[in-house]
Design a protein around this ligand. Sequence first.
Ligand code: HEC
Length: 150
Amino acid sequence: MTRSGVVSSIGFLLVISICSPSLGQMQRSVEARQMSMKELGRAMKTTTPLVAATTPIDQAAVRSNMAKIVKESTRLQSLFASADAGSTSSTADARIWTNKRDFDRRLVELGSLAKAVGAAPSRDRLTSDFGKLTETCRSCHRIYRKKQSS
Ligand code: HEC
């Protein structure tokens, strides 16, 4: 490659890196919220056998899993920024950004239910609140998460 070729390639790369931060940021924020959702999935998965156990409930483990959900539920409100609507790796439905208030209200509800599960005073309450928590994940996904093709 000639010297001027090298210089123009460098110039080209510079232009790309200057123009692409929004794309990069978009991707990172999609990844961040997907990681956060995965964290919710893990917390729910490890709590399910604890709630179903016939032996005394491991309250400390339930509480620690629920604390993770509470933390993520707050973070998630800012992880769904409006600029991400067009990302191809995301299964987020565009309705999120026309109904952001309803979406955020659901995240707040997710947090309060997780708190309730963590502090449940009896097995019955634990079972029923955990059921409501599961339903909160499902009902939001039904509306705001696109069906996956695979
Ligand atoms: C307020 C709405 C809402 C609630 C509540 C919610 N989710 Fe999600 N979830 C979404 C959306 C939207 C996506 C798609 C995110 C994307 O791909 O950009 C998603 C994606 C996911 C994913 C896939 C992440 C990936 O790697 O692509 C998992 C797992 C998940 N959610 C688990 C849960 C669990 C478990 C709960 C309940 C404890 C929950 N979610 C509650 C809206 C919600």
